[in-house]
Write a protein that binds this ligand. Sequence first.
Ligand code: GLU
Length: 307
Amino acid sequence: MTGSSYVGRFAPSPSGPLHLGSLLAAVASFLDARAHAGLWLVRMEDLDPPREQTGAADEILTQLQHFGLAWDKDVLYQSQRLDAYAAALMQLANEGLCFRCQCTRSALREHGNVYSGQCRHRGLSARDLQYADKHPSGSDAAVRVRVTDETYALQDRIQGLYSQNLASEAGDFVVRRKDRLFAYQLAVVVDDAYQGITDIVRGIDLLDSTPRQLYLQHCLGYGTPRYAHVPIIVDAAGDKLSKQSFAPPLQPERAQEQLHQCLDLLGLSPPRTLINSSVESILAWGVEHWDIQAVPKLATLRSPQSS
Ligand code: GLU
């Protein structure tokens, strides 16, 4: 390892095994990290037990190993980080940015897609939050963070300039759910800062979450990493390959072929014969030829299996 300060990460949710869509994001972040002689970390986003599949976290790690995607350091499990999220929430509450929201799903639907601030007046001081935590019975409310009428913008390394007005396009958003689980938006920001992540390479389905993450970074006094959002893979019907839509899991016996497909989808034009090499050699070729400018500036790519 050189003295590179690059730290990247892959952050799967263990709701099922990896499929070709998640492999594409893993490979892109791995290649970008290695091409920068940087570290590549794995973080298991196991924050949402009701959506998890037993054994999926271990299965994902086994899949990564099969595909030659060797990570640095120990895997960080979000389920072990609840105190850090609670501390961040307390910090937001101390700054007067949080409020309790008891809106039902149907009330939220009536108000449209963007939360219109109907519970803002309730507020939630750090003291109230502490009290509610000690007396859980009386606190079946989500905690939202209030946003400002400001535009947050990022220069995405693949997609270019992306901006969003938080008030009109995102609205006050949930940082701790009614069932007391911390929300992805809060946990991801706390952990990206904790792990010293400098570069995030992930699927474009998370691009519209990024301005909210920039906002939380700002509120919590963290730095902002660089971002690159790669296209997501869709099936023949145009639906995102996902665990929820039962995308087929990666097939270890087809690891070379599936890695080759990823390099191809990422615009690197790998030679056909590369498919006969070991997974390590395929990835080494990818590192050597990595060019983020070659990644298609598109939202979706058709799955090679469905064409
Ligand atoms: N855990 C998220 C997912 O599996 C990814 C989070 C991220 O990369 O920020 O979709």
